[in-house]
Ligand binder design. Sequence first.
Ligand SMILES: NC(=O)c1ccc[n+]([C@@H]2O[C@H](COP(=O)([O-])OP(=O)(O)OC[C@H]3O[C@@H](n4cnc5c(N)ncnc54)[C@H](O)[C@@H]3O)[C@@H](O)[C@H]2O)c1
Length: 239
Amino acid sequence: MVSGGARGLGAAHVELFGEEGASVFFGDVLTDEGSALEAELRQRGLDVHFLRLDVTRPDDWSAALDRVLSVRGTLTTLVNNAAIFSPEGTEALSQRRWRQVMGVNLEGQWLGMRTVLPTLVASGNASIINICSVYAQIGSPDAIAYHASKGGVRIMTKSTALEYAGRGVRVNSVNPGVIDTLFAGPATPETESAEIGLVPLGRKAQPREVAHASLFLASDDASYVTGAEIVVDGGWTAH
Ligand SMILES: NC(=O)c1ccc[n+]([C@@H]2O[C@H](COP(=O)([O-])OP(=O)(O)OC[C@H]3O[C@@H](n4cnc5c(N)ncnc54)[C@H](O)[C@@H]3O)[C@@H](O)[C@H]2O)c1
């Protein structure tokens, strides 16, 4: 199951995991984009299923899990990917926006884990991948709520990993740097070159290059990996 799968990094997960032979259920609030992606990937023979999911709503998560169980009978992997960005600094940010960002990015991931964990435990061998950010590791002079939410995701991941270590569920995060998506809105030439200037590899990541880290974490090749974070940032945080 992939949240926020209608476009960007989530869509790359849906496509990659589908190509690997998984049955992929993906949710989003963007229903037109989600349905279009479902139709496109099904035409290529992938077993993908779109459903409307607002990650801030516990009932949506329950309905999504019910759908998975009615079609496949089990669930082994959750990719908690949905998030929103907000560029405001500490004083410019409204309380409403703070709550929105924390609600989607942090509470939404917790709600997802809480909903699916009993099923993951019952499966006997499962993996949760929480999409985090290098903004959980380093600060910047803006986007205060986004930093706070991803900092929360980072440590929540480690705590849940410890909680479920003896119950067959590995829990890890993937921390991307700059990905070529529409996440922070359309880039201007100035923001584009400023972002790329931070990256030793000299370019943004393609969404698929990040999804490959999740694919590893979901697989049995990562059977000894839990509570970890895979940084996929082109070297940004290496120095
Ligand atoms: N793009 C980057 O540079 C970058 C860098 C680091 C981390 N990330 C992380 O990657 C992940 C994916 O972001 P992206 O770059 O693909 O951006 P994106 O905006 O293209 O994708 C985010 C998706 O989440 C969905 N979403 C938003 N609110 C939702 C809600 N309440 N319920 C369900 N779905 C919701 C959106 O509709 C969208 O499809 C996010 O967790 C983001 O924090 C992105």
